[in-house]
Design a protein around this ligand. Structure first.
Ligand SMILES: [Fe+2]
Ligand SMILES: [Fe+2]
Length: 310
């Protein structure tokens, strides 16, 4: 029996100000504020560890790679170009890589208006099915890619917000399209793997949820309640996590979060790494593990995906 293997990485947060005129940095207060903050605090996001990850993935030869958002920091064209060339370093074809945007990929209204993410990553967001609906302000989402035993569905929760707000919004059009997609024969015969930057479990507390969460998690759980089993893959938390969610009616969702690909951190669950999922021929998730950067061996090593702490 052959196994289908998916690698899941997230939040590389690539910063590149090449060719961005100083006048733009001065005029755009959001960008200036962010750069100042970053320089003062000292960043723990390192581009070289993302490149090492791409080389590890190039050797691993999985069947598909998914990236759940925040590929850039400021949603600038040079950052998208650099992020694309970093992904190309893995040596996988566009049919083997699927991406969705995060809040940082629409950091300014201009980035959202110009659908910069969708333009730069067009080859990684193609859809095998015509899903209808009006899409999302960030681009033509959702998309569906039928791959082996899986139906990989990409949603966008990325919308330009006021400073310090990082919450997600998919919109009714996408949620209705998702329900239609899940009812399609080509999808029903596969395991749905849903990509969205924001997790379907909100942080504790109303303020944290409002600032960083996703207001439509109940609506998402309702839609997923109609499917016997599904995966919900996300980033945004910069933390590796696995939670099995049992919904009313017997539906089960495997929520799996990947940490930030560029983050060097003392907490092993936050340290740079990617998740690896194995699927049986019939489509069930048979194994979830991770490859995590080791500061001592300076290489990625096998690790577990930690179950949610109560
Ligand atoms: Fe992030
Ligand atoms: Fe995020």
């Amino acid at each position: 029996m052959s196994t289908y293997r998916v690698a899941h990485l997230s939040d590389p947060h690539i910063l590149d100000l090449t060719g961005v005129p100083t006048s733009r940095l001065v005029l755009n207060k959001r960008i200036t504020g962010w750069v100042n903050l970053k320089l003062k605090r000292g960043s723990h996001h390192k581009p070289w560890v993302v490149e090492a990850m791409m080389d590890d993935l190039a050797k691993r030869r999985v069947d598909h790679v998914v990236v759940t958002g925040d590929l850039t920091n400021l949603a600038l064209d040079p950052e998208f170009e650099r992020a694309r060339s970093v992904l190309e370093r893995m040596g996988y074809g566009p049919d083997q890589v699927s991406v969705v945007p995060g809040n940082h990929d629409v950091y300014t209204r201009g980035a959202q208006r110009g659908q910069r993410f969708a333009r730069h990553f067009a080859k990684y967001i193609t859809s095998d099915l015509d899903v209808g609906g009006e899409g999302h302000p960030s681009g033509p989402f959702p998309f569906v890619r039928l791959r082996g035993p899986l139906a990989i569905i990409g949603l966008s929760t990325a919308v330009a917000r006021l400073p310090i707000v990082a919450s997600g919004w998919a919109g009714d059009a996408q949620l209705e399209a998702l329900a239609r997609i899940l009812a399609r024969d080509e999808v029903r015969s596969r395991l749905p793997v849903i990509l969205a930057h924001h997790p379907i479990t909100n942080p504790r507390g109303r303020v944290a949820s409002a600032l960083r969460g996703w207001s439509e998690t109940d609506a998402m759980r309702k839609v997923l309640g109609g499917v016997h089993e599904s995966l919900s893959l996300h980033g945004h938390l910069h933390h590796r996590v696995y939670e099995v969610i049992d919904l009313a009616g017997g539906a089960r969702v495997h929520r799996l979060g990947a940490t930030s690909a560029s983050l060097l951190h003392d907490d092993p669950d936050a340290m740079s790494g990617y998740n690896l999922y194995e699927f049986a021929e019939g489509g069930g998730l048979s194994r979830a593990s991770a490859r995590v950067w080791s500061a001592s061996t300076r290489a990625f090593e096998d690790a577990a995906v930690p179950a949610l702490r109560a």
